[in-house]
Write a protein that binds this ligand. Structure first.
Ligand SMILES: *Cc1c(COP(=O)(O)O)cnc(C)c1O
Length: 401
């Protein structure tokens, strides 16, 4: 999107504001399906925890996407947005048995990542097909080294425990219809991804009635110059080849599934905030914006570096600024960054603000969550209102004290 268009949206809808470009989301979705177009049965399940606005869900549904969910409430939101239960997969970690049962009851595919839960579920509901989430114990170690690690991760059933899984399946008569892995941010390049895929194929061979193999996500998008980006096109070529060979070996057609969050929505998002104060101290020039980690916590939480542009003065001379928020805590968005000269009242634009930004926002300091706008067909559509004082107090009960 152009700085001018974003600036106009900040004027129309106020700040701070989240803006999502529909075209970018569609483009990323199509990139992924094109990269795997030789796979007969491909399934993309958008990991909705990245950005769970109903209109964004509808947009992805229109693209042909399914949903990856991690809570009963996400499943409810998905159904509310019009997804049918068979287009939703539930991949929770550490939730109650009752929650898993409640989701399965809706006809949603469940994915189990714990032996005791698997045994309990298989005993009680032997007819409900279940996917298992394995932990391939793969992570990128050092430079190009692939190492076996994360033996302690809380996610997944260890590949070393597959014999135990097989025993549970035999004893309960349950049906395992999918094998899943999601190693998240451990996977940095394609070779590591393919290495983990081999482990998944190996595990899959031991189950005779699979319908799908789910390779999770962990695709990287660049946040700043020089960042690693997953080359989806190359991964598509290499994994497709390997997948087709596996199908032959396995003796039946399988669905190849992915569940990207960040890849689909990160780059589509822009966070717009107004500069309240420019403050020169003895050593630093601070630009203080009308937001904080209550609206965008990733820089403080993960150290993620969002590119920041001054869209009010895009051609201005670059100077060094430390961009901070208005929260009564240290809430530094960026340290000594080169940004086009900033005046009070200017609008700063944070890039890559689609994934894990609004969905992680809070009311800390009793601030309202920002509004969200979907940019589609050259127009900004309000898709969630800025909160009001009513929202802050709606669940509170003021008792006589
Ligand atoms: C969060 C999550 C994803 C999405 O990860 P991204 O890095 O955003 O692509 C996929 N699968 C599961 C199980 C997840 O928890």
């Amino acid at each position: 999107m152009q700085p001018k268009e974003l600036l106009a949206l900040a004027e129309e809808f106020g700040s701070p504001l989240y803006v999502y470009d529909a075209t970018t989301i569609e483009h990323q979705y199509n990139r992924l399906t094109t990269a795997f177009s030789k796979v007969e049965r491909l399934r993309i399940n958008y990991a909705m925890k990245a950005l769970s606005n109903l209109s964004v869900l509808k947009l992805l549904k229109k693209c042909g996407s399914g949903l990856d969910t991690v809570s009963f409430q996400e499943v409810q939101l998905g159904l509310h947005a019009g997804f049918s239960p068979d287009k939703i997969i539930f991949t929770p970690n550490g939730v109650s048995f009752e929650e898993i049962e409640a989701v399965a009851e809706l006809g949603v595919q469940i994915n189990i990542d714990n032996l005791s839960v698997l045994e309990h579920f298989g005993t009680k509901h032997p007819k409900v097909p279940v996917c298992i989430r394995i932990n391939p114990h793969v992570m990128a170690g050092g430079n190009e080294n692939i190492s076996v690690g994360h033996i302690d991760s809380k996610f997944g059933i260890s590949i070393y425990q597959i014999p135990h899984v097989l025993r549970i399946v035999e004893n309960t008569g349950m049906h395992i219809n999918g094998i899943h892995m999601h190693t998240g941010s451990d996977i940095l390049d394609i070779e590591v991804f393919l290495y983990a895929a081999e482990i998944l194929f190996d595990a899959a061979k031991q189950f005779k009635e699979l319908d799908f193999l789910d390779f999770g996500s962990g695709f990287k998008v660049p946040y700043k110059k020089g960042d690693i980006e997953t080359n989806i096109e190359e991964l598509g070529k290499k994994l497709t080849k390997r997948f087709l060979a596996f199908e032959k070996e396995y003796g039946r057609t399988l669905t190849l599934a992915f569940e990207p969050g960040k890849f689909l929505v990160s780059e589509a998002g822009f966070f717009l905030a107004k500069v309240n104060v420019v403050k020169q101290t003895t050593s630093t020039v601070f630009a203080g914006i009308d937001s904080g980690f209550n609206h965008l916590i990733r820089p403080m939480f993960y150290g993620s570096q969002h590119t920041i542009e001054n869209i009010s003065n895009p051609k201005g001379k670059e100077r060094f600024y430390t961009v901070v928020g208005y929260i009564c805590e240290t809430d530094t968005f960026a340290n000594n960054r080169r940004i086009a000269e900033i005046k009070e009242g200017d609008i700063l634009c944070f890039k890559n603000a689609g994934a894990y930004c609004y969905s992680m926002s809070s009311n800390y300091n009793s601030r309202f969550k920002p509004a969200e706008v979907l940019w589609k067909d050259g127009k900004g559509h309000l898709i969630s209102k800025r909160e009001t004082f009513e929202d802050l107090i709606k669940n509170q009960i003021m008792i006589e004290v």
